[in-house]
Design a protein. Structure first.
Length: 260
């Protein structure tokens, strides 16, 4: 039934079956969305939650394996305390309201980042949601909370250094896989595709190691306005890319084919 629904969606949206396995999104523009409408910033974050619900459902139906959302960075703690409190309340509300939806769509919730930095009540709510969806076998939804790419890399280096000190690991045997396995994302597929809304041209300390060979899609659309049609457009753009992973294509062969 799930395969039939996926194939139906691919046909409806004219997508190829070669979808990214792991999509990461920097959900930017909530504040600007609210400002344009003369609303408080939190109204933009509330509107952005609706985009999350819509895209999580669609990603799961399309058979994408993992969706990582940059929900709250370590730098976000520098925002005004009042705004941070409202964001934490919104996160709590989202978790309470969305568990049923996640279960209905077979979505497993996980987090990366310093969960211990979050208020205790948020930590407890997160743990309840994670445990409730642990048995789900569809999309893995990863919320990056109090997350820093540099901090994650630093922790990975510390783990590796500790293993070297204990004699469990020879420094000469450290490889890229050693580092990948020490990161908080080690259990997830490699990130194929990064989407950033609002038009900013930076990755903002997000998944620094994991984005090495990801395809990027930058849109000026603000996150609360980023809906199904925008996600489909991004996926179509991804499917039109030629991924070389640092290699080269057969330029002469390509030119010959074109010249014909």
């Amino acid at each position: 039934m799930q395969t039939f629904k996926k194939n139906s969606l691919l046909k409806r949206y004219r997508l190829k079956s070669s979808l990214p396995k792991h999509v990461a999104i920097i959900m930017d523009g909530n504040g600007r969305w609210a400002k344009k409408r003369h609303l408080p910033r939190i109204a933009g974050h509330r509107a952005g939650a609706h985009s999350i619900r819509e895209l999580v459902r669609l990603a799961g139906e399309l058979g994408i394996e993992a969706l990582t959302l940059y929900a709250f960075s370590t730098e976000n703690w520098k925002r005004p305390p009042h705004e941070v409190r409202l964001l934490m309340q919104l996160l709590k509300q989202y978790l309470r309201n969305e568990v049923k939806e996640l279960l209905e769509n077979n979505v497993r919730l996980q987090t990366i980042g310093r969960r211990q930095d979050l208020p205790l009540e948020i930590q407890k709510e997160l743990e309840k949601s994670i445990q409730a969806t642990a048995h789900c076998t569809g999309l893995t939804l990863v919320l990056a909370l109090s997350y820093s790419g540099r901090a994650d890399l630093t922790n990975a280096v510390k783990k590796i250094a500790a293993d070297v000190k204990k004699g469990k690991l020879n420094p000469a045997s450290v490889t890229e896989k050693t580092i990948t396995d020490a990161l908080s994302t080690s259990h997830l597929p490699e990130v194929d595709f990064l989407i950033r809304t609002s038009g900013e041209m930076r990755i903002s300390n997000f998944l620094l190691w994991e984005l090495a060979y990801s395809e990027f899609f930058i849109t000026k659309t603000l996150w609360p306005d980023f809906k199904t049609k925008d996600f489909i457009l991004a996926l179509k753009d991804f499917q039109g890319r030629q991924r070389r992973f640092g290699g080269v294509t057969n330029i002469i062969g390509s030119f010959t084919s074109w010249a014909r």
